[in-house]
Design a protein around this ligand. Structure first.
Ligand SMILES: NC(=O)c1ccc[n+]([C@@H]2O[C@H](COP(=O)([O-])OP(=O)(O)OC[C@H]3O[C@@H](n4cnc5c(N)ncnc54)[C@H](OP(=O)(O)O)[C@@H]3O)[C@@H](O)[C@H]2O)c1
Length: 298
């Protein structure tokens, strides 16, 4: 059984896509719902269907756990299940940003922990409705030593049984860093300016701070042993993605609009903490993180 921890937009996308008789969702601690999870799923081709997923029974031992909570909830959510989860069961983390993956790997270094970086898009416009909003791909790679090549290949094959595109990735941290650059350069600006991605490009806040931000990220990437990147190249990538997704609302803006906690602590906040530990100044990341934190109920 493939167990999904965190039945939000991403968790429900996987639950709707994986083989129905092999997938279950994990209930929050202390909850044992009487009826299966049921929702309307709007697929990429516009078709709608009802998806019904059972809750994992206490007696069931999953072969794989997909963790699709927000970054800030991940450690607590996993702590509630690891007592009863055999130590050999792979755990796949789907969180955006960086920091939560390392927290899990450091907390359970003996377990096979993998991280996923996905460009699939899903949202939940109402509690009972999930939309597969954008086709993408998912890269999967090891965070601990026991997540060896065989486990990685098996997990990738299991996830690919969903029909979604899945690639094994030996350098998953490198891929997560590439995504972090984009998220750090777009999300806080969209949240602070309350605008879609493309509209940040001509805003004074972005124009005044993007070069400083890219310099800080380039310094941190180099200190972390990531391939050296010119700040101007980072800026170009951020601006290209902002242009290509001009009408999109970032998850951070959407979280603020809906009064939900953002993942700022695992995006610009992660960069600030890394800078502190490496003695690298990050005033722009700090300003962005603090201003977004002031807007959100974190
Ligand atoms: N959605 C996307 O398109 C997308 C794309 C790429 C990456 N991601 C990443 O995937 C992660 C999940 O995103 P999302 O959009 O699916 O967020 P979401 O809709 O907020 O889903 C998170 C789910 O986790 C549940 N949860 C929180 N704590 C829990 C616990 N202790 N035990 C069990 N369930 C718990 C929440 O329950 P409640 O509903 O009760 O709060 C919620 O249903 C994020 O890190 C995000 O950055 C998402």
């Amino acid at each position: 059984m493939i167990a999904i921890l965190g039945a939000g937009a991403m968790g429900r996308l996987w639950a709707a896509s994986l083989p129905a008789d092999e997938t279950a969702v994990i209930a929050r601690p202390g909850q044992s719902p009487d009826t299966p999870l049921s929702y309307t799923f709007l697929a990429l081709d516009g078709s709608e269907r009802t998806v019904t997923v059972p809750w994992l029974a206490p007696s069931q031992v999953p072969e794989l756990v997909l963790v699709t909570t927000k970054a800030g909830d991940t450690l607590t959510a996993l702590e509630a299940i690891t007592d009863t989860l055999p130590p050999t069961v792979p755990i796949v983390l789907f969180q955006n940003g960086l920091g939560s993956q390392q927290q899990v790997a450091e907390r359970w270094p003996e377990r096979p922990v993998l991280a996923a970086s996905t460009t699939e898009g899903a949202n939940r416009p109402s509690p009972g409705r999930v939309v597969h909003a954008g086709a993408g791909a998912t890269w999967l790679g090891p965070m601990t030593e026991s997540a060896n090549a065989i486990i990685l290949a098996e997990c990738a094959a299991t996830l690919a049984s969903s029909g979604l595109t899945v690639h094994p990735e030996s350098d998953i941290l490198g891929r997560l860093w590439q995504k972090l650059v984009i998220n750090a350069g777009i999300n806080p600006f969209t949240a602070l300016l309350d605008c879609p991605n493309g509209d940040i490009l001509h805003a004074e806040l972005f124009q005044n701070h993007i070069d400083g931000l890219c310099q800080e990220i380039a310094n941190l990437m180099e200190a972390e042993g990531q391939p050296k990147q010119a700040p101007s190249a980072l800026r170009e990538r951020i601006e290209t993605i902002a242009r290509n997704t001009a009408r999109n609302t970032s998850s951070m803006r959407s979280d603020i609009q809906n009064g939900r906690a953002t993942e700022i602590d695992y995006i610009n906040g992660f960069l600030v903490r890394l800078g502190q530990s490496k003695g690298i100044a990050t005033p722009v990341n700090q300003m962005l993180a603090e201003r977004v934190q002031q807007l959100s109920p974190n």
